[in-house]
Design a protein around this ligand. Structure first.
Ligand SMILES: Cc1ncc(COP(=O)(O)O)c(C=O)c1O
Length: 420
């Protein structure tokens, strides 16, 4: 299938990130937390479509909702009831969501919040953190995974383009600092006129490194003092770390935030939300925004069903099972005396083969043993457990204790094989 696909579909994949997996597998079905490949192998799945499938696969309530929408109008390009049923739900869950708007991908959502921030502050520069991912577009794909040779001094990191063909002046609009250093943020805010600080409130795309205690509060305080807006990119943390996203979980409210992935349980949808005065700049203050598919009924039905399920206890289930898995993996590592750190939070965590006592910033990941991780991921897949190439595990509300037991047997073998 891969060979056939490569003749028409670039690289045989729909997103080049997927070609990084040790073997680009072809799937034909899935149910619950299990995926079936075309060779009839079942996998317990922790990739969950790179995050969205928080209700697992083919959840009956989600199917009913999307079927209902599929039998109706797929896109109005105009207003309908489902749009505000979902925005009301988001408003009730997410602290910063005085107003909400929809887009179709996380990359897109980030573009408009940066535009709003620049318009509102009449400043140009955006401060982002080394290792954080905010989509693939020119304005944000900077210093996401820079190499050790490219990063530059820790105190003033280089702004490293993530792609060939990126406009060279994208770098001029962004300041990069290290994650988890309030001093670095303070210094940058003193030195430059910054429109917004944008962050993944947990650095999920680079090893799941959480904010140090008090860090988010301090950044919030610094931003407020300088008239700089604070943006949380909650495309992963949204509806995974808590029903109110990271802002609800940590009790720090940004001015604007973006959401995607788990929000609609696998149906393509993203959103942004924030302060009314900022969001309404799109109506009254000349900030342009649009999108043919924004708020389409299929996406709204997916979000409405998923958010209701999560609220009714599904997120609690996904977190409980994730915590069980994390504890089990730690026990196995201890038993084999393999130095392992798990970072992140129960529904989205990462495994690190490292001798470091803790991980605080992107550069700490240079000490991870990448070869051991690669062997571990391949062994897990061979043992029937699907995890992301970077060692990330996403859990769903439908993983069972039985799935965890089977996964832990695979972890036991994979850890041994990877470190032999
Ligand atoms: C934190 C974060 N922001 C933005 C994006 C981009 O979202 P999308 O892939 O939907 O464009 C991602 C995707 O992984 C993400 O993890």
């Amino acid at each position: 299938m891969l060979q056939r696909a490569q003749k028409s579909l670039t690289g045989g994949v729909s997103s080049p990130f997927r070609a990084q997996a040790p073997v680009p597998l072809y799937f034909k079905d899935a149910v619950g937390a299990r995926l079936l490949d075309v060779d009839e192998n079942w996998f317990i799945d922790y990739t969950l479509g790179w995050g969205p499938n928080i209700m697992g696969y083919k959840h009956p309530e989600l199917i009913d909702a999307v079927r209902w929408a599929a039998e109706g109008v797929h896109t109005f390009g105009a207003q309908h009831e489902m749009e505000f049923l979902v925005s009301e739900k988001l408003q009730s869950l997410v602290p910063c969501a005085e107003r909400v708007a929809y887009t179709s991908s996380g990359s897109e959502a980030i573009q408009i919040v940066l535009r709003l921030a620049r318009a509102a502050t009449k400043r140009n520069l955006i401060l982002k953190f080394e290792g954080h991912y905010h989509g693939w577009m020119d304005s944000t794909l900077l210093s996401y995974h820079p190499s050790a040779a490219d990063v530059g001094p820790r105190e003033s990191p280089n702004v490293v383009a993530g792609s060939k063909g990126q406009v060279p002046n994208a770098n001029d609009n962004v300041i990069v600092v290290r994650w988890n250093s309030a001093e670095a943020v303070e210094e940058a805010l003193q030195r430059y006129e910054i429109a917004a600080v944008v962050m993944e409130p947990v650095m999920c795309n680079s090893g799941g490194i959480p904010p140090m205690p008090g860090y988010l509060e301090k950044v919030r305080e610094l931003c407020t003092a300088k008239g700089t807006l604070l943006i949380f990119d909650e495309v992963i943390t949204g509806f995974r770390i808590g029903l109110g996203g990271a802002q609800g979980f940590f009790g720090v409210t940004p001015d604007l935030a973006t959401f995607g992935k788990a929000m609609a349980g696998g149906v393509p949808l993203s959103a942004f939300a924030g302060r009314k005065d900022l969001m309404e700049m799109m109506l009254y203050n000349g900030v342009a925004f649009g999108g043919t598919f924004n708020g389409n009924p299929l996406a709204m039905a997916g979000a409405y069903a998923t958010l209701n399920l999560l609220e009714r206890g599904a997120l609690w289930e996904a977190s409980k099972i994730g915590a069980m898995l994390m504890n089990g993996i730690r026990d196995i590592a201890d038993r084999h005396q393999i130095p392992v750190l798990l970072t992140g939070f129960p529904t989205a965590f990462s495994i690190h083969f490292t001798r470091r006592p803790d991980l605080r910033e992107y550069r700490d990941l240079f000490d991870d043993d990448a070869d051991v991780l690669r062997r571990f991921v391949v062994s897990m897949i061979n043992e029937g457990v699907n995890v992301l190439p970077d060692g990330r595990f996403y859990t769903s509300a439908v993983h069972t204790e039985n799935d965890i037991d089977e996964t832990l047997s695979a972890v036991d073998k994979a850890m041994f094989q990877a470190t032999m």
